[in-house]
Design a protein around this ligand. Structure first.
Ligand SMILES: CC(C)(COP(=O)(O)OP(=O)(O)OC[C@H]1O[C@@H](n2cnc3c(N)ncnc32)[C@H](O)[C@@H]1OP(=O)(O)O)[C@@H](O)C(=O)NCCC(=O)NCCS
Length: 161
């Protein structure tokens, strides 16, 4: 995969069922620790997560190629959970990860959610500074969508009010 070029003023677009296979491929190319439940997500699991009630996501494209992904699901009326954020290794450091998080936050605001919550796997704590940079803070509350076979994740929250 060669390095990608992005247009300026780039905005991710909402995910559609036609993006499912490309979305899954970006997740699997992200280089996550194989002990994380992330590496066992199947396309069917992904479809159930992205296209359930109140759920959705965004994809970032370079030309026709999907190079970044993120999903969201509600957890009650006040909280939108962000999940499955990934950019392909050749498109990192370009602002795509931050743009995908911002797209979920904008959607949350537009839908009247007061905050965005996400969970970071115990096997992926190196990513915590990325989220801190975007205004997320640690919380001791449980994660509603936690994988039962995984160690409890680190929960991060950003208040949008
Ligand atoms: C985390 C991830 C999505 C970041 O994507 P990205 O496209 O490189 O992020 P951006 O280019 O938008 O970076 C935004 C800022 O965060 C910083 N940053 C990016 N990754 C970082 C990290 N791991 N630790 C600390 N800072 C980081 C960037 O330097 C940038 O800072 P700047 O605004 O001062 O320039 C990407 O590294 C990835 O896909 N990782 C593997 C999957 C993963 O861990 N997903 C999270 C699951 S909880």
């Amino acid at each position: 995969m060669s390095a990608v070029t992005l247009p300026t003023g780039y905005t991710p677009r909402p995910v559609t069922p036609a993006d499912l296979s490309a979305f899954h491929a970006v997740m699997m190319a992200a280089g996550m620790d194989p002990r994380s439940s992330w590496s066992r997500v199947t396309p069917a699991d992904l479809a159930a997560s992205l296209f359930g009630p109140g759920a959705g996501g965004f994809v970032a494209l370079a030309g026709e190629e999907v190079v970044g992904v993120v999903g969201y699901r509600p957890d009650g009326p006040r909280t939108l959970t962000l999940n499955k954020l990934a950019t392909v290794p050749t498109a990192r450091g370009l602002g795509l990860g931050a743009a995908l998080v911002a797209a979920v936050e904008a959607h949350a605001r537009a839908q009247g959610y007061g905050r965005v919550l996400l969970a970071v796997s115990r096997y992926n704590l190196d990513v915590l500074p990325f989220y801190a940079h975007l205004g997320y803070v640690r919380s001791d509350e449980p994660y509603a969508h936690a994988h039962p076979a995984s160690p409890p994740p680190a929960v991060l929250v950003k208040d949008l009010t």
